[in-house]
Design a binder for this molecule. Structure first.
Ligand SMILES: [Fe+2]
Length: 286
């Protein structure tokens, strides 16, 4: 994940990478990974898109516990030409886009504490690696992530990152995908969270509406709790095609004059899979 105006920590390289320092993880760190991994690996079959389950094997390395990025990158490189590099936490947007455009996925090297299994504000190695890496082993999704990074580099130069960030949020982090008559999970923010893996598919509260790039880029999102709205793609192929075949320059100009859409709003043209009750968000707000 990326963020504006951060100061590079001492010891990080100019591209913000640091050594993962795998030998420094404690037995407790590895045990936390194993607990989280087993819990999600048991919960997700049937809920998550099959490409994610196929990609999970790339995380099953020669040693148990937190993956050693060197071995992980070797395996991922063979699958799709991607690598995983360690960073201290959030990195600036331009650094983030540059890594993605060069098929490097940045991961926090720390892991949450045992009392934070269900919620952590900053992305840790479990979110970054378990959530993101399995789909990076899928050729089409791997291409989409690179295309996003290249789009980000152009958006950064044009000063229009905010709208593009919504695309990342509503696909890479919190996306759902159609599978016949059913919906499946694929967003990393969902699949790395036990509670949101249940909420995103089963709860009547959130809206679930069809992916529409223009509409999505006008839609606000929330970073502090379960989503109130999920966008549903048809397939990874369609997501990649739309991203590659859209001329984002004119699109940003077009969107400039249009108002943002509130998270819970459903518009007349939306393809509605679920008209959410928003009961969860209302109860939280009250
Ligand atoms: Fe993420």
């Amino acid at each position: 994940m990326a963020q504006h105006s951060l100061i590079r920590p001492e010891g990080a390289a100019s591209d913000w990478t640091i050594p993962q320092n795998w030998a420094a993880y404690t037995a407790e760190d590895h045990a936390t990974w194993d607990i989280l991994f087993e819990r999600q690996a048991a919960l997700l079959p049937g809920r998550v898109t099959p490409e994610f389950i196929a990609g999970l094997d790339v995380l099953r390395l020669s040693k148990p516990g937190i993956p050693d990025f060197e071995e992980l990158s070797e395996r991922l490189m063979k699958a799709t030409g991607w690598q995983v590099v360690a960073v201290p936490g959030l990195v600036p947007d331009d650094i983030f886009f540059d890594h993605l455009a060069n098929r490097r996925f940045v991961s926090g090297n720390f892991i949450r504490r045992r009392d934070q299994l269900d919620y952590l504000q900053e992305p840790d190695v479990f979110h970054d690696v378990f959530g993101h890496v399995p789909l990076l082993a899928h050729p089409v999704f791997a291409d989409y992530m690179q295309a996003y990074g290249e789009g980000g580099q152009r958006a950064a130069q044009a000063g229009v990152i905010e709208k593009l960030a919504r695309l990342y949020w509503y696909t890479v982090e919190f996306g759902l995908v159609r599978s016949g008559d059913e919906l499946k999970l694929y967003g990393a923010g969902i699949v790395s969270s036990y509670t949101e893996s249940l909420f995103a598919l089963d709860d009547p509260s959130p809206n679930r509406i069809g992916f529409d790039l223009r509409r999505l880029m006008r839609t606000k999102y929330r970073i502090d709790d379960f989503q109130q709205n999920y966008f549903v793609i048809d397939s990874f192929e369609d997501l990649l095609d739309q991203t590659l075949n859209t001329d984002f320059g004119p699109l940003y100009a077009e969107l400039e004059g249009q108002a943002d859409i509130e998270i819970e709003t459903i518009l007349p043209g939306d393809h509605v899979f679920t008209r959410g009750t928003q009961a969860y968000a209302r109860a939280k707000a009250a």
